[in-house]
Design a protein around this ligand. Structure first.
Ligand code: SUG
Length: 449
């Protein structure tokens, strides 16, 4: 069986806005209240996905798919918070009297599908099935409401129980804080063989070990352990490592803002982990093969530039044999030190030999780069065939989605605009049409009442 990696990119939702909802996400906090452009955001994301789909079609090395956005304003959350009446009354009360809570219930953050779930390919798991655990995202309220619909969407796409195993999100408690694939990287030497699953956590919530002081440690060791256990990963092929608390306090809220791994390669900053050398050694030992490491020093790239450029939130695609490509945010071209670091990455003897820049500025302004926008799923042909929805991105789906965005999205959105019941109806009409385009079934609450 040959396996191929599919990147599932999140389609940006109609309510994409700058709400300053994420404490510790320096980029998003700094841009709070900026006017957003949801149409441009969705088109930027789709163009990145389509470019990667075309490249993958040409070389046969990877695939590209799309995950849908969620329903916002999110009525089930508003009802749970005590707002009552019909939809218009709920929106009016919430927006008027509790505008901050209302805006959180309008967040389009599900677009960062790296946080949607943790996925273990069938090559690694105890029963030879592909395992999914939606992330509970408990650290931030506006994200903690995502997991039910995320689970529903994943079950709708990956429906066949012969191939796919779905778990519920972990309990909604900070001891079990889980941020999904943003803190999970799979290494492998041969794409068709068992790999090494590497979990990074911000703190051990059950111990008095080192922790960030200023900003929250969103992912806990306990959460990572549960996922490894329920996916049935062999101990010898699983590595746990702690994120450097100083980096979290500097705005590195997820590990994928300071490290990225692919195949037998890791690119990271010297402040990525509590003990970088031990982590490289543990991964290499579990891999049973050489791990190529490119570590960037604080001198070459200070941590504040790590956060402003999002260099480490690049995707890495391709393989060691044919060469890997860095899919980097355009912001990297604006910083001389970052350019010099990229020059060094390309010049060393590691697997990366090309870089391609993408404009995903609308997402970047909320602290989400190219790698945040995608969820990696390694599948064989039988698993791809078992997919139950129209999610694999080809010319036709791309054309349909671009037309759909042009038809439904606004090009200017402020928080106050979402307080209008008309906006909610606009979003529901658009999403209802989207479920038909993508053949998803009734995944949204407004379709199930
Ligand atoms: O969870 N931003 C997201 C960004 C997620 C990036 N994902 C990864 N690194 N994988 C977050 O902080 C901002 C929304 C706002 O503030 O309006 C937000 O949720």
């Amino acid at each position: 069986m040959t396996f191929k990696e599919y990147n599932f990119d999140g389609l940006v939702g109609l309510s994409h806005h700058y709400g300053g909802h994420s404490f510790g996400n320096v980029a998003s906090s700094g841009n709070a209240a900026l006017v957003s452009n949801p149409k441009q955001a969705a088109l930027q994301g789709l163009l990145k996905a389509k470019t990667l789909a075309d490249m993958g079609l040409e070389n046969g090395l990877w695939g590209q798919a799309i995950l849908p956005p969620q329903e916002r304003p999110f009525m089930p959350a508003l009802r749970q918070l005590g707002f009552a009446g019909n939809d218009a009354e709920i929106i009016e009360q919430a927006a008027k009297h509790h505008p901050q809570i209302f805006a959180k219930c309008c967040s389009a953050a599900s677009m960062w599908t790296a946080n949607a779930a943790t996925i273990s390919p069938s090559l690694d798991t105890h029963n030879g099935k592909l395992h999914f655990t939606p992330a509970n995202l408990v650290a931030m309220y506006h994200r903690s409401v995502e997991h039910v619909v995320t689970g529903r969407v994943l079950k709708s796409i990956f429906a066949d129980p012969a191939h796919f195993d779905h778990h519920a999100a972990l309990p909604q408690n900070i001891i079990f804080g889980d941020e999904g694939a943003a803190n999970h990287t799979r290494f492998f030497d041969d794409i068709n063989h068992q790999g090494v699953e590497f979990f990074t956590f911000g703190a051990d919530a059950l111990a008095t070990g080192i922790k960030p002081q200023r900003y929250p440690a969103r992912q806990t060791l306990e959460a990572s352990r549960i996922i490894a256990r329920q996916h049935g990963l062999p101990e010898l092929k699983t590595v746990f490592g702690q994120q450097n608390p100083d980096a979290i306090d500097a705005g590195v809220f997820h590990n994928d803002v300071i490290a990225v791994g692919h195949g037998n390669f890791i690119l990271c900053h010297e402040l990525a982990f509590v003990d970088n050398q031990k982590i490289y050694a543990d991964i290499e030992a579990a891999l049973g093969a050489k791990l190529f490491v490119h570590e960037v020093s604080q001198q070459d790239l200070p941590i504040k530039d790590v956060v402003s450029s999002y260099l480490f939130n690049s995707q890495i695609i391709g393989n060691a044999k044919n060469g890997m490509t860095l899919i980097a945010p355009e912001e990297c071209t604006k910083n001389r030190q970052v350019s010099a670091v990229i020059g060094k990455i390309l010049a060393d003897n590691g697997p990366v030999n090309a870089v391609k820049y993408f404009d995903v500025k609308q997402s970047m302004q909320n602290g989400g780069g190219p790698a945040c926008l995608r969820l990696r799923v390694l599948m064989n042909d039988a698993q791809v065939k078992a997919i139950n929805a129209r999610v694999l991105l080809d010319d036709d789906l791309y054309a349909d989605l671009v037309t759909w965005v042009h038809k439904h999205y606004r090009d200017r959105l402020e928080i106050a605009d979402m307080a209008d019941i008309g906006f909610y109806h606009e979003c529901c009409a658009a999403l209802d049409e989207l479920t038909k385009i993508m053949k998803l079934g009734a995944v949204y609450d407004f379709q199930r009442r």
